[in-house]
Ligand binder design. Structure first.
Ligand code: ADP
Length: 767
């Protein structure tokens, strides 16, 4: 029989080694190390056999398969821990005839297994199909290494093919052993064919599973990959990718209402598809910035205690007791109802009486943010509601602008000068304003630019106006009007001393030792440099005084500046107004009336001249319809009672009457000049002068009755400012005298009248 060789035996765990392959593996067991040592001492050949149970540590002859491969040791590397890494080359298959243990190693007597060829063509046919199958296996993702497959493709020797393929196939040790042991090539090929088919099945299955798994992953990953690609493209194009990512993060972190966040993300994704140099890109960028900058849920907490709020309110303003009281009530209701039913306050009064500053004080006392927006001259609805963003340079309207400035959803929002809005063909801003102020609608206020609704219901709106007359009626209906009249000189002096002087002193950096102003100087500023209902010019003058003082101190020539009545003129220049002690001579055909205009109370001279003519009546000086009507009523009364004043009745047919009210630029209207016109007309016809020291106000009827008028307090203050000490008032207005502050009430002699005859008797000299 055949050739027997004696070789050291190496038992392999979980592994079968085939001829025609080079393999490297580690060994560590004593019995293996001894076998290696033996081999190196002889011809470097080892008989390698698989262990039947790979996990077994201590083995005997019966634990090892008898068929294995004779290998040549090509390389031995020492590893830490007494292990060796071996690189071996498979030479041929062999079967152990006998195994014994010598000097701590298994020594086997082996015989080569020679392959037995069968029908060549059949073998080749098998070989081809095997190759086909292998190709299919490796075409997809499979466990079979691709480069091995490439080599196998070229292989023409069935035995070699089988050896190499078996080596790479991930099949069990038993199966590998089966291939190894079989001597007949055709049989080997058959077995191989079966195994390859199984492998194909597995690989198909695997593909199916991984496809299913991938489908799931794909959905997420596809997007991810696409995004990454897009990012790469943008980076290539020089677009700012980080900017977009940052924006997305910011949008998500902002805590916008869902609808708004959706919108923002949608526009961001539109934006990221654009080139950053395109104008549309910038439009969207600006838009997203707007959404990000607006407060969506940032809110300030209101001051806990009402008493604390009221304290602040009182500290900020002098006097105004009734108004402060009313605001205190308002704050109490606001607290109770959490703003749901709070009316919208409207402060009405002349400039500089503190409307704005009270509103800001309300904000401060509540601990809310304060924004102010003037509606003066707003004509276009878009100024309130914004322009669509397709407009070039479009922006949100003033309301959203204000909210952005405030940075909270519940600021105090002052709408200044709502009496100054007007409408033209571009829509009515008053309508838009109505929507803003209407609690039923303002929780979903739609700014055209923003395109998403904004909740204004937490905003505390306050309005101001100089006059109620020009406020559109539907708007006025919504407002709770609080009137602020003018201040008396005494009040102004107190406001100046306690508030304005300290404020301006600080603003100009003047320390307390460096600057002082006497009461006399303050009084002189009030009387000789300003003539106003409020304290705005007074504040400006004080500012000017402080500024000039700061300049003098800066020179270093003076350590301190003390302003008194004498040196005031050096600082402010010559006096602008002299207190009218002599009001001028009494005149024929001129009477002094008192009017209430949007800038406070004022005096009004009415001039009448009677000329030869044919009974025409001329009215000049920008008079309103109501005023013209009261002029006619006055004429009619005098004509029908001409006899009692000693005027011949036919005079009227031959006389033209011209009534003029100077200061033509200011529009004047209202019925309260009625008695003044009547007085001037009668004086003109009787040629008897009107007393210059008397002023009057009152509506006249055709029968000569005197009807009550509004704004008595302001009118009284105006008369007082001018030094007039006799004032004729309608008897029905007597109750309003309570509102007239001291010392005005005490100093002025009010003459209440019920009919115009009493007016004439008091005012016309010698009647
Ligand atoms: P308005 O809004 O009515 O035109 P402002 O509120 O602007 O008037 O007032 C002008 C200035 O006068 C502000 O500096 C304000 O603080 C001050 N002021 C007005 N009234 C008072 C007051 N009663 N007490 C203290 N300062 C006042």
């Amino acid at each position: 029989m055949g050739n027997f060789i004696q070789l050291p035996l190496l038992a392999m765990r979980g592994r079968v080694i085939f001829p025609d392959t080079t393999v490297s593996f580690d060994v560590g067991r004593m019995i293996s190390l001894t076998a290696v040592k033996y081999a190196t001492a002889h011809d470097s050949r080892i008989f390698v056999c698989a262990q039947k149970q790979s996990e077994k540590e201590e083995i005997s002859e019966s634990d090892i398969y008898t068929v294995g491969t004779v290998v040549k040791l090509r390389q031995i590397t020492r590893l830490p821990g007494n292990n060796l890494r071996l690189s071996v080359e498979g030479l041929f298959r062999a079967k152990a005839k006998q195994v014994s243990k010598e000097d701590g190693a298994f020594i086997a007597t082996v015989e080569e297994i020679k392959s037995v060829h069968g029908e060549k063509t059949l073998e080749q046919a098998y070989l081809r199909t095997s190759k086909e199958i292998l190709k299919e296996i490796t075409s997809g993702d499979s466990r079979f290494p691709k480069d091995a497959a490439v080599n196998l493709e070229k292989c023409t020797e069935p035995d070699v093919f089988i050896n190499i393929a078996s080596h790479y196939m991930q099949i069990s040790v038993e199966r590998k052993q089966q291939v190894l042991e079989c001597a007949r090539i055709l049989e080997r090929l058959e077995i191989m064919d079966k195994f390859l088919n199984d492998e194909l099945e597995i690989s198909r299955l695997e593909r199916k599973i991984s496809a299913a798994v991938r489908q799931n992953i794909d959905k997420n990953q596809k997007e991810y990959f696409l995004r990454e690609q897009l990012k790469a493209i943008h980076t290539e194009l020089g677009d700012d990718v980080e900017e977009k990512e940052e924006l997305e993060e910011k949008i998500k972190a902002k805590g916008m209402p869902e609808e708004v966040e959706e919108k923002a993300l949608k526009e961001l994704s539109r934006m990221s598809r654009m080139q950053s140099s395109s104008p549309d890109y910038n439009v969207l960028r600006l838009y997203i910035d707007w959404l990000l900058d607006l407060a969506w849920n940032e809110k300030t907490e209101d001051t806990e205690k009402l008493a604390d709020a009221v304290k602040i309110l009182n500290a900020d303003h002098y006097g105004l007791e009734k108004i402060k009281e009313r605001i205190t009530e308002y704050l109490a209701v606001l607290k109770r109802t959490e703003g749901r039913t709070a009316p919208i306050l409207c402060f009405v009064g002349p400039p500089g009486v503190g409307k704005t500053s009270i509103a800001s004080s309300i904000a401060r006392s509540l601990g809310r943010k304060f924004v102010r927006m003037s509606l003066g001259g707003v004509k276009d609805e878009a100024e309130i509601r914004g322009h669509r963003k397709t407009y070039i340079g479009a922006m949100p309207g003033r309301i959203i602008n204000g909210i952005k400035k405030a940075g909270s959803i519940n600021p105090v929002f002052l709408l200044d000068e709502i009496d100054k809005i007007s409408s033209d063909m571009r829509g009515d801003p008053a309508d838009a304003l109505l929507e803003v102020l209407d609690p039923a609608q303002n929780s979903t206020f739609l700014d055209r630019y923003l395109e998403v609704p904004y909740d204004l219901s937490k905003v505390l709106f306050i309005t101001t106006a100089n006059t109620l007359e020009t406020i559109p009626a539907p708007l006025l209906d919504r407002l709770e009007v609080i009137e602020l009249g003018g201040y008396t000189t005494v009040e102004k002096k107190e406001i100046a001393k306690r508030y304005l002087v300290p404020k301006k002193q600080e603003a100009n950096g003047l320390k307390s030792g460096e600057f002082s102003i006497t009461d006399g100087a303050v009084l002189s500023i009030i009387e000789n440099y300003t003539r106003e209902a409020g304290v705005r010019n007074l504040e400006r003058m004080i500012d000017s005084v402080c500024r000039k003082a700061a300049v003098r101190l800066a020179d270093g020539k003076q350590q301190s500046v003390r302003v008194n009545e004498k040196n005031l003129q050096d600082i402010l220049g010559a006096k602008k107004f002299e207190k009218d002690t002599s009001l001028g001579a009494d005149e024929v055909g001129a009477a002094t009336g008192l009017a209430w205009t949007s800038v406070g109370g004022t005096t009004l001279t009415i001039e009448v001249s009677a000329m030869h003519g044919k009974g025409d009546v001329m009215l000049t000086g920008k008079l309103g319809d109501v005023m013209k009507e009261s002029a006619r009523a006055a004429i009619s009364y005098i004509r029908s009672n001409s006899a009692s004043y000693g005027i011949e009745s036919e005079v009227f047919e031959k006389t033209d009457i011209h009534i003029h009210v100077p200061e033509g630029a200011t529009p004047k209207d209202g019925p309260s000049a009625g008695i003044t016109m009547a007085t001037a007309i009668l004086s003109a016809f009787t040629k008897k002068p009107v007393r210059k020291s008397i002023a009057m106000t009152g509506e006249i009827t055709l029968r000569g009755k005197v009807l009550p008028i509004g704004g008595l307090k302001e009118k009284a203050l105006a008369a007082y400012r001018l030094g007039i000490r006799d004032v004729i008032i309608p008897a029905d207005n007597k109750k309003d005298l309570e509102e007239v502050p001291e010392p005005v009430r005490g100093d002025i002699n009010f003459i209440p009248v019920t009919d115009v005859d009493a007016v004439f008797k008091n005012a016309i000299i010698g009647l």
